[in-house]
Ligand binder design. Structure first.
Ligand SMILES: [Fe+2]
Length: 242
């Protein structure tokens, strides 16, 4: 019964853009120093990524970043010599926490830290509900912005395939954290990630790397043949957009 052990053996991240990570130094719970960011770039290169768009947290309660604080960290990292053949860092975005502040700011304008000028990366509290997400989705669509929900497998209030389908119908793109498939966030998250992948509901994949070890761990990721087929679909979709 050798077919049970068949693995998907293509390079998983070759040529991709990692548009969700915490590479920029010193402004959230990600990289602490420029040196650590350079170590991350080295690890990115080993995984085969073509480019990296850093997305620091914008979360009023914990990481009240602004376009200015993020630009400053971006310039700090841009000013030093990067490892040979490291992926490019063409621009930066943010990972917006959808809370009351986010909704309030949406009423008065368009968030400026977008990806490819049209996507916005959003997250919600891990243990909270999804009401604000629905409100945000409506406001964002009015402004012509396309929301990408970061790591949908990690939220306690989201569990069933029907819930994920409903989010997609509302206009959300779903982004898998690749580390979820390795059980990095626990067995339940792993199970949900496998279920969403199998249902063909993920649109994008990213690392959400906070430090070099996250990226080194990803070198151990192996997929079954069935998962590999779904992964191919995500890769193709992403390569055409980022
Ligand atoms: Fe993140």
């Amino acid at each position: 019964m050798f077919h049970f052990f068949k693995k998907y053996s293509q390079p998983l991240f070759e040529g991709l853009c990692d548009f969700h990570n915490h590479l920029l130094p010193g402004i959230d719970d990600g990289s602490k120093t420029v040196g650590m960011s350079l170590n991350m770039l080295e690890a990115y290169q080993k995984l085969g990524f073509k480019s990296v768009i850093p997305t620091p947290h914008v979360y009023q309660e914990l990481y009240p970043n602004t376009p200015e604080t993020i630009q400053k960290a971006f310039q700090e990292l841009s000013a030093v010599k990067h490892p040979e053949n490291a992926p490019s860092i063409p621009s930066y975005g943010a990972e917006y926490m959808v809370d009351e502040t986010f909704i309030k700011n949406l009423e008065s304008g368009v968030p400026s830290l977008l990806l490819c000028k049209k996507y916005i990366l959003v997250e919600i509290h891990f243990f909270g509900g999804t009401q604000l997400l629905e409100q945000a989705c409506f406001e964002l669509s009015q402004k012509g912005i396309l929301p990408i929900l970061a790591h949908p497998e990690r939220y306690q209030s989201l569990e069933t395939v029907a819930q994920y389908q409903a989010l997609k119908q509302k206009g959300f793109y779903l982004q898998l954290n690749a580390l979820s498939l390795l059980g990095h966030y626990g067995p339940q998250v792993k199970q949900k990630a496998e279920k969403i992948l199998q249902a063909g509901l993920y649109d994008f994949v990213a690392t959400d790397a906070h430090h070099p070890n996250h990226l080194k761990t990803l070198q151990t990721l192996r997929l079954s043949k069935k998962q590999g087929l779904m992964w191919e679909g995500i890769r193709e979709f992403q390569l055409n957009r980022f």
